[in-house]
Design a protein around this ligand. Structure first.
Ligand code: ZN
Length: 226
């Protein structure tokens, strides 16, 4: 499979966070060429976009930043509006947190697909994950498969949506980063924190808690005696 992919180009939906940066390094191993797309939807922290830009620049990759401000207009929530507090509760997979932007992944993947087709790219890579219980229905495998079919029909094109993290736990995502030789890079240069603190983050928002738990779990697996 990899041999075929090596001949082709891919577009990575890239936020500058841990998951999408891991996907980016995964894609660099799988494909001949990688292009990045970042969506600017008035995130609480413009730093997220700066982080994405810095990584793209450092790696010398083509990087498109698409203005999705309308998302903020449609679905004001804690990630897009500074006057709404981020839920500090850890997601339980049953109730969606107030950081949910309805339909966000569907919209992002659809816009990524339109951009990709214009560049003769049929492979789309996204860091969505079903195992992190984030409560986002458009992160689920069944949805991605359904959207893949819909995109192919809507544009008469053979897209393949790749979700390398779909069935991984946070610890396994760190393990993948490590296997790609990028654990330290991702730890230092990415931004996952809802409070906009790069690297290990603020330490108390849900994103930081999940990221830290996963990292600790993975590092403990490496040193079973401690
Ligand atoms: Zn945080």
């Amino acid at each position: 499979m990899s041999k075929i992919l090596k001949e082709e180009k891919a577009i990575v939906v890239f936020s500058g966070g841990q998951d999408s940066t891991t996907c980016l390094f995964w894609a660099l191993e799988q494909f001949k060429e990688v292009v990045l797309v970042t969506f600017d939807y008035g995130q609480r922290h413009i730093k997220e976009i700066e982080c994405a830009k810095a990584i793209a620049n450092e790696l010398g990759l083509e990087h498109h930043i698409l203005d999705m401000a309308l998302l903020n207009q449609l679905a004001p929530n804690s990630l897009t509006r500074s006057d709404i507090e981020v839920d500090e509760a850890i997601p339980d997979g049953k109730t969606a947190p107030n950081s949910l932007v309805e339909g966000r992944n569907m919209l992002f993947l659809t816009f990524a697909a339109v951009l990709a087709k214009g560049k003769d790219i049929r492979h789309i890579v996204t860091g969505v994950c079903e195992t992190d219980f984030s409560g986002y229905p458009d992160c689920r495998d069944v949805f991605i498969k359904s959207l893949n079919v819909t995109l192919n029909l809507s544009m008469d094109y053979s897209y393949v949506i790749h979700t390398p993290l779909m069935w991984l736990t946070k610890a396994q995502t760190w393990e993948l980063a490590d296997k790609l030789g990028k654990l330290d890079y991702i730890r230092k240069n990415t931004l996952t924190c809802y409070n906009g603190v790069q690297g290990d983050g603020c330490g108390h928002c849900p994103a930081c808690t999940l990221r830290r738990r996963g990292l600790e779990q993975y590092l403990k697996l490496l040193t079973p005696n401690s």
